[in-house]
Design a protein around this ligand. Structure first.
Ligand SMILES: Cc1cc2nc3c(=O)[nH]c(=O)nc-3n(C[C@H](O)[C@H](O)[C@H](O)COP(=O)(O)O)c2cc1C
Length: 329
């Protein structure tokens, strides 16, 4: 059997399948189940900036009389904030006690704001690393691409000063200059790994009821192609770790991403769709392929099919393929 062990963010993983931040990793029981089924590491469910704000509003709305007492309102604001954070710190502490695999904490953020101070407490609680999910939708007509993307650099610079933990940035693929952006982020020295890419909530329109609704929460195996393209393009251009994410549903998907140059992969939807024990199956599929091909470890396949190493590098940059479309009648 091949050796699937690897290093990610300086942490030793027994295999490259990391369970991505989701409801699956929102409780200690969930984390235990993921570890028992072979996860190489787990990213905990995120602490959302918005979640904290939402809880504050909820509490304040429950007791309107509180508005008459601004000091009490301040107290409740602080209390709810404390509560969310305390629960999260407990999740980190208990998860660390319950399993031996690395535990990566996660924060969803949109600015280099007040939350940065909380990172120290996440470090103290024993998290092995911190993943920052920064989602920027370039929809503001008053902001240029550069202004939008500055937030990545601001957050990473501030957080690096705050903690010694390894940091990964989970980002979206929205950028007109994605290659340069990822390169610049990696050169900043404020980040140890990049998660390529997050899958966003996307709106859809229900034409029967004329309502805006949520599109599919879960990805499909076909969704692997965006991250596969960009992992292949970027893996020889940056020195920091890459976690490939979105659309990895089976062992084949993991192998593809490692061949493209990913350090590890992150999975979520496939475990929701197929159950957590599917993780074991993915590892078996990987092992069977490695054995059949005679590969002993991940280093011997990592990046073998990256854009720089493949015989046909243009394939990863091809977007308009005349032959491809014209053959379809
Ligand atoms: C139900 C659900 C909850 C999620 N919650 C979070 C979250 O709290 N924080 C986060 O960064 N990503 C979250 N994600 C995104 C996943 O971590 C992952 O990036 C995304 O689903 C793409 O991977 P997949 O195709 O394997 O699902 C969630 C995904 C799902 C399906």
């Amino acid at each position: 059997m091949a050796d699937l062990s690897t290093k990610y963010l300086g942490l030793n993983l027994k295999n490259p399948i990391v369970v991505g931040s989701s409801g699956l990793s929102g409780t200690v029981e969930g984390v235990k189940k993921l570890a028992e089924n072979g996860a190489g590491a787990v990213v905990l469910k995120s602490l959302f900036e918005e979640q904290i704000i939402f809880e504050e509003i909820e509490m304040l709305n429950k007791d309107k009389s509180i508005d008459a007492y601004p000091e009490a309102a301040d107290y409740i604001r602080n209390y709810t904030k404390e509560n969310s954070i305390k629960n999260y710190l407990t999740l980190i502490e208990e998860s660390k006690k319950a399993v031996s695999i690395p535990i990566i904490a996660s924060i969803n953020c949109t600015s280099a704001g007040e939350w940065i101070g909380f990172a120290k407490r996440i470090e103290k609680a024993g998290a092995d690393a911190l993943e920052l999910n920064v989602f920027i939708l370039p929809s503001d007509e008053n902001k240029s691409g550069e202004e939008n993307e500055k937030v990545y650099f601001d957050i990473l610079e501030k957080i690096k000063k705050e903690v010694k933990l390894p940091i990964s940035l989970k980002m979206s693929s929205y950028s007109a200059g994605l290659t340069q952006l990822i390169q610049k982020i990696s050169w900043s020295k404020n980040v140890d790994g990049i998660v390529m890419f997050n899958r966003s909530y996307s709106p859809d329109i229900d034409i029967d009821n004329l309502k805006v609704v949520s599109s599919n929460v879960f990805s499909s195996p076909e969704d692997i192609t965006t991250s596969l393209r960009w992992v292949a393009i970027m893996s020889d251009r940056i020195k920091i770790n890459i976690a490939a994410s979105t659309g990895i549903h089976d062992g084949k998907g993991v192998i593809k991403q490692i061949l493209a140059g990913a350090t590890v992969v992150q999975i979520a939807s496939t475990l929701y769709k197929n159950g957590v024990p599917h993780l074991n199956f993915m590892l078996k599929e990987m092992n069977a392929w490695m054995d059949a091909k005679g590969y002993k470890d991940l280093a011997s396949i990592r990046g073998k099919m990256s854009q720089a190493k493949t015989k046909n590098p243009a394939a990863f940059e091809r977007v308009q393929f005349m032959k491809y479309f014209s053959n379809i009648e």
